[in-house]
Write a protein that binds this ligand. Structure first.
Ligand SMILES: Nc1nc2c(c(=O)[nH]1)N[C@H]1C(S)=C(S)[C@@H](COP(=O)(O)O)O[C@H]1N2
Ligand SMILES: [Mo]
Length: 437
């Protein structure tokens, strides 16, 4: 079974060399077990596939801030759901694939053999098409750097993972509160190319994308976006997409709610209306206090957060410290990031540390001399459409609620799309704490 692997590697390296090969015969998916990544009996070869230094210990956390989430003793929900990126340790703009956040509603990632996997495009099209991974890899590819962010990031949805609602708890860390976003270089085929190949019929207005896992995640996406910048991605940071991120194929829908980025993608149906799939019509609309719900909010608003210093860290003493963080927007490029070191009274332009990509994490930094006094640090960003990151009170106005800490604790599931300014208090002893303001 493993004998195919070197062949695929060679294909990745030598491009057209295998392009003429016939695609593998269809085999029944039932009763097959896949070979483990490290064939039995072979010691792990860290020169063949590298590992980071033993002194580097930055890790993802899951439910209740837990580590070791592949421990079978833990409840399933701790293992593959709401697993957060350690943003506080990040440098630059790319999240290592091993640290990409994970939201999988079905908990376990399916173990998909790419030779048996197909992507079907059908519905309101002239020619229904079916693609293997190899066939997609033969088509013209593009690479784009984009963030993915769960619509529930940065809000009290963290309450179900972190007791005491991390967004309002003094102990909240940037990983607990904002760790449901990551940024990668994604490689694949533009969905517009595949749809053009299939021939979209008149009257088509939406696509429904479906994943191959047991729970069959589906998502309705307007055709206009599907024909714009959406990718069918098989590559992530220079290698195949990781199993937890959707191996062998995922949809990448730049700048839109994470839920659109359907993993283990196996079907795209072109239709004339949204389908109101289970998740998109239950967990992902936001409930308003008046009993109505906001549906299909799609685009993620401009957001920035200071990663260093941030909650739970400690400054070694007064003097020079760089303030550094990330900003991103579903509306395009980040044009400006301002930082306040006095609780919002005055703002200074931070330096944008390139590269800057559209709908991607963007690094900013500001030189700062801490005088040893207690203060509050904040950042706010502006995107290329001149949309400015709002304050907590401004987000409250949009939702028609007074956003107190108590509101968050009592109605932890109410708010998604929470892109309000994050505040960190620096205490006199150098400790840094989350403040909800
Ligand atoms: N097939 C499938 N795709 C999915 C999901 C899922 O549960 N199943 N979760 C969605 C949600 S809600 C988010 S936020 C993103 C998370 O992507 P990641 O796990 O690669 O970070 O995947 C989306 N795609
Ligand atoms: Mo999500």
């Amino acid at each position: 079974m493993n004998s195919k692997k070197p062949g695929r590697r060679r294909f990745l390296k030598e491009g057209a060399a295998l392009a003429g090969l016939a695609v593998g015969a269809i085999r029944s998916a039932s009763g097959q077990t896949l070979a483990p990544e490290t064939p039995a009996g072979k010691p792990k070869d860290t020169l063949a596939y590298g590992e980071r230094s033993q002194f580097v210990n930055s890790l993802r956390i899951g439910t209740n801030g837990r580590y070791g989430m592949d421990n079978p003793e833990l409840p399933r929900a701790s293992r593959d759901y709401g697993i957060r990126t350690p943003l506080q340790d990040s440098v630059g703009i790319i999240t290592p694939s091993s640290l990409h956040f994970i939201v999988s509603h079905g908990y376990d990632s399916p173990n998909i053999d790419p030779r048996q996997h197909r992507l079907l495009i059908h519905g309101l099209v002239d020619r229904p098409l079916s693609f293997t991974l190899e066939e997609l890899e033969r088509l013209p590819s593009v690479s784009r750097i984009h963030f993915v962010e769960c619509a529930g990031n940065s809000t009290a949805s963290g309450a179900v993972f972190v007791p005491g609602a991390a967004r309002v708890a003094p102990t909240g860390t940037v990983q607990q509160v904002h760790g449901l976003t990551s940024c990668s270089e994604w490689t694949g085929v533009l969905l517009s190319l595949l749809l053009r190949e299939a021939g979209v019929k008149n009257g088509a207005t939406w696509i429904i994308a479906e994943g191959a896992e047991q729970g069959m995640h589906i998502k309705s996406i307007p055709l206009e976006k599907a024909l714009d910048d959406v990718l069918v991605a098989y590559g992530m940071n220079g290698e195949p997409v990781r199993p937890q991120q959707g191996y062998p194929l995922r949809l990448l829908v730049p700048g839109w709610e994470g839920i659109n980025n359907v993993k283990w993608l196996r079907r795209i149906k072109v239709v004339d209306q949204p389908y109101m799939g289970m998740r998109e019509s239950t967990r992902y609309p936001s409930l308003r206090v008046d009993g109505k719900a906001r549906w299909f909010q799609f685009e993620m608003g401009p957001k920035s957060v200071i990663l260093r210093p941030s909650g739970g860290q400690k400054l070694s003493g007064p003097g020079f410290h760089q303030i550094t963080g990330l900003a991103w927007s579903g509306g395009g490029m980040i044009r400006r990031v301002e930082v306040s070191t006095d609780g919002g009274r005055t703002w200074k332009d931070a330096a944008i540390q390139g590269p800057v990509h559209s709908k991607a994490h963007t690094r900013f930094r500001l030189d700062w001399n801490w005088n040893g006094e207690e203060t509050v640090l904040q950042s706010r960003c502006t995107d290329e459409r001149n949309e400015v990151q709002p304050t907590v009170a401004e987000v409250g106005k949009i939702y028609g609620v007074n956003l107190t800490a108590d509101f968050f604790k009592e109605r932890p599931d109410t708010l998604i799309h929470f892109n309000a300014i994050q505040s960190w208090r620096v205490n006199r002893d150098g400790s840094v704490q989350n403040v909800f303001a």
